[in-house]
Design a protein around this ligand. Structure first.
Ligand SMILES: Nc1ncnc2c1ncn2[C@@H]1O[C@H](COP(=O)(O)OP(=O)(O)O)[C@@H](O)[C@H]1O
Ligand SMILES: [Mg+2]
Length: 340
């Protein structure tokens, strides 16, 4: 441990303060996982994880996901992490406007020009409208508007619904108040996983004049309604030209050279219409300029990009060194664009 700067005692006190708020079991679990993967001594990993969390703003899951155990100090410093991302969200996403992003109904209202699909809100008196919408669409996606952290998205087929009043009542009871038309994705994306609409996550910062693209990742589902990890999804980072930089991975230790359901080689993926995607992000970033730091979920369709949602708490998508061989992250881009 370096001895310059703060003396050891205050540092340890600070660390202990943080330690009181952490789930020791989850740290140990993760440390064991790291030591197995990288052949490191578990106690040393625990100490390094705690030290990195306390003094370098590295979340425990960041440490695992981005293989910090095998990175040098300089390499680690290039990685964006969740605690730093959270600070940016707090600083650059104005509290008075976050609700637009937090509530999916509110979001669809404000961003309706960029959705390119039909949507409606379920209320106590509109069973007939819900039936009409669903039968006309054939399949629908429903969403619980607030705070479901990746689990509040569902899919229904009209052909499987027998009792329409019960269906409508069920949506109300379960809080699935937003109904959307199913997005039709570009054939190049459907080629990897046709059963899920696979989104591109573009993390961007709008500085009041210019929109900076900080990182792009492509998520892939496993045939379920959502491409989120809670539904078995995974991702790969994309380069500036929208090409995958390597195989896919998730936060549960899975690595996918190829998509398990189609065999499509993830490293061969090229996002279609990349220039259109960047121009699109620039347009949507200006709709609510008070929320400057956003993780945009976008789908490229045959007619161009459409918006799924914007996340004001953007989260982090980064390179995984053990999978891609790339040992640097995107933090320098964040620093340059945002100036921290
Ligand atoms: N209208 C839609 N049509 C098809 N798939 C959708 C639609 N909306 C969302 N999805 C799928 O569900 C995923 C999660 O939706 P999203 O609105 O981003 O909610 P959250 O990320 O909060 O769970 C998307 O990434 C996409 O895979
Ligand atoms: Mg999303």
């Amino acid at each position: 441990m370096p001895r310059k700067g703060l003396s050891l005692a205050p540092r340890l006190r600070y660390l202990a303060g943080r330690a009181r708020r952490i789930d020791v079991g989850s740290v140990l679990e993760r440390a064991k996982e790291v030591s197995q993967t990288h052949g490191k001594w578990t106690p040393a990993v625990v100490v390094d994880m705690l030290w990195s969390a306390g003094f370098r703003q590295v979340g425990f899951q960041d440490y695992v996901d981005y293989d910090f155990a095998i990175l040098s100090k300089a390499e680690r410093a290039t990685y964006m992490t969740h605690p730093v991302s959270n600070e940016l969200s707090q600083k650059y996403d104005h509290p008075d406007y976050r609700h637009i992003f937090q509530d999916k109904v509110e979001f669809d209202r404000v961003f309706s020009d960029h959705l390119e699909r039909e949507w409606m809100v379920v209320d106590a008196g509109n069973a007939d409208a819900v039936r009409e919408f669903t039968q006309r669409q054939g399949t629908i996606v429903t969403k619980e508007p607030v705070g479901q952290a990746g689990t509040g998205v569902h899919r229904y087929r009209a052909a499987e619904i027998e009792d329409w009043d019960a269906f409508h009542r069920g949506l109300l009871e379960r809080g699935e108040l937003l109904i959307e038309e199913v997005i039709r994705q570009h054939p190049d994306i459907a080629a990897v996983c046709p059963g899920t609409v696979n989104t591109t996550r573009v993390t961007a910062f709008f500085d009041g004049q210019k929109t900076h693209i900080l990182a792009m990742a492509q998520k892939f589902g496993r045939g379920a309604v959502s491409d989120q990890m809670t539904f078995g999804g995974f991702y790969t980072m994309l380069d500036d030209a929208g090409h995958a930089v390597g195989p896919g991975y998730d936060s549960h230790g899975h690595v996918h050279e190829s998509h398990p359901d189609t065999g499509f080689r993830i490293a061969d993926f090229q996002l279609p219409m990349v220039d259109e995607v960047k121009a699109f992000v620039d347009r949507v970033a200006r709709v609510v300029p008070q929320v400057q730091y956003v993780g945009w979920d976008i789908v490229v369709t045959p007619d161009g990009p459409v918006l799924v949602e914007g996340n004001w708490g953007a989260g982090v998508y980064e390179n995984k060194p053990s999978v891609t061989g790339i040992r640097t992250g995107h933090k320098p881009r964040y620093r340059e664009a945002i100036g921290f």
